[in-house]
Design a binder for this molecule. Sequence first.
Ligand code: ATP
Ligand code: MG
Length: 622
Amino acid sequence: MLQVDRLRHRGDASPNPDQPIGRVVSVRGSQATVGLLRSPLDSSNEARSTVGKFLGIRAGQSLLVGVITNVSIETPPLAKELGCHSTADLDLMGEIKQSATAAVQFQRGVTEYPAIGDPVFAVSAGELRLVFNVASGSVIEIGHLQQDSTIGAYVDVDDMLSKHFAVLGTTGVGKSSAVVLMLHEILRARPELRIFVLDAHNEYGRLFGDKALVLNPRNLRLPFWLFSFEEMVDVLFGARPGTEDEVHILAEAIPRAKATYTTYRGPTERAAVKRNDQRSIGYSVDTPVPYRLADLVGLLDERMGKLENRSSRMIYHRLITRIESVCNDPRYAFMFENANVGGDTMAEVLGQLFRLPPNGKPITVMQLAGFPSEVVDAVVSVICRMAFDLGLWSEGAAPLLLVCEEAHRYTAADRSVGFGPTRRSISRIAKEGRKHGVFLGLVSQRPAELDATIISQCSTLFAMRMTNDRDQAILRSAVSDGAASLLDFLPSLGTGEVFAFGEGGALPTRVKLKQLPAQLLPMSDVESSARGDLGAGIDEEFIGAVLKRWRGASTSQHNTLDEGTREARTNDPPARLSAPPLQPAHPADPARGGLLKRPLGDRLNIAKAFQAPPQAKRWHDN
Ligand SMILES: Nc1ncnc2c1ncn2[C@@H]1O[C@H](COP(=O)(O)OP(=O)(O)OP(=O)(O)O)[C@@H](O)[C@H]1O
Ligand SMILES: [Mg+2]
């Protein structure tokens, strides 16, 4: 008996595993049609040859393993003469054969093609186990085969991470649950890995216990000087038209503010720096070195004072007002707190964001839902850019997995959608991150809206239920031909079921993911409190609290910076408060806000200079 055959008998409950259940009747490339000898009306479980099940074809010394993609009672007359009652189309995926080292192994791809008349067998549990038990050391178990719940579904962590992965599927099919499950398993298999989750809906905050640092606008400190020029322009101007002159002035002023900050020792030196021309400043507009907003606005103010032309002065004035209004907005406190204190906190910021050292919390969950919507793109861009640069400059010493929920928002296929720098940062990680220990995990419910070049860099795809044709077409182009016919199953997958394609998984097959306990299910804070309150009813206090959050996230009119942050902090749940501030706790800066909320006299002077009405013109009145 061949060793391959001996395997047939291991763990097999079927009455006679040596008995062929069919014969090959036609072969086309990696597809074969087999005539099934058993009656399709036989209802015993072993005889149920239907789509998604595996069959084995004995071809020479190997057993070719294929998945049924189509069954039909239509049988060619010649096959009928051989005793066949129905036919099944198979996609051949790989073969079990005896290797040179005498061990029986499964390998992907087909080297020995079947011939007409070759016997076909039901694949035994022992054979399935051989196919799906990935041999390498670092595997994670994500669930079990839908076909046989005794056989675990494994993914190779190194393959999955190093060449990026994506979890795709319609809303509510269990993508986020799959991510939670995988992250828990990945942490077990690769404890040295650090994970950064861009949590678009604030669902992950409570799922990793004390292993995660949860960041939100209340405890994040991401100093404005870490933003690149494009990111800063996005924060200040958004997509407002007609701001080119202001952007140009800002581009000149920022390097000067940086130089002023680093060389500022006294009035004489400061004057010397200001006289310097652009080339001798030594900083580009993007160099990540600190500067003070006071210096930036001071420079703009000084330049404005020297101008004769009224309309030019107006441009400077508008820019200063714009900077002031953003800085005074409590929603932007995470960027502009201590804006006039200075201090190079970059090491602290990076260390904390990317868990260096992890201090028992290798995961960062960045809750994006509380950030002003107009600034989320820029924040994501800063994070992705710094994650890549940190990997680059540290030569991949501290590997990082960046998980991006709702990835289609940041890397849209339509180039006019989304923020260019965010797309560039993510696609840079997708293309080169592997070499620098920065890995990407994308999650999206709209694969068709994702940039195809970024999907094509993800070599492990977890496809969940998906009904939209365009979404399926994107996947079809991303997976190999052999696996493409499996995509026909996608609309019929259940919640928590997944097809894993690509490097990380063994063969693409229908996997039932592990069931997550209720406390590990991703759920937004609002959703979980709503569920908790079921039966308790929604009272006025609840609505009041909702309104407070709503207004807090969308208005800046009634709060000063200090009131806003103080109030937010006292409302913080204790777990969130555990995050230490990113910037050292400076004593309250008497100058902070002093510059931005300048003395009334100053404002009146500006107003006089323009001979405009006493009320300063705001950018949003334009
Ligand atoms: N592995 C699982 N274990 C237990 N329940 C699950 C699992 N996967 C999905 N579910 C159920 O399905 C629901 C939706 O799952 P989930 O929030 O992960 O979907 P999603 O695809 O991320 O949705 P969305 O697109 O809206 O973000 C969960 O609340 C849970 O009830
Ligand atoms: Mg989700």
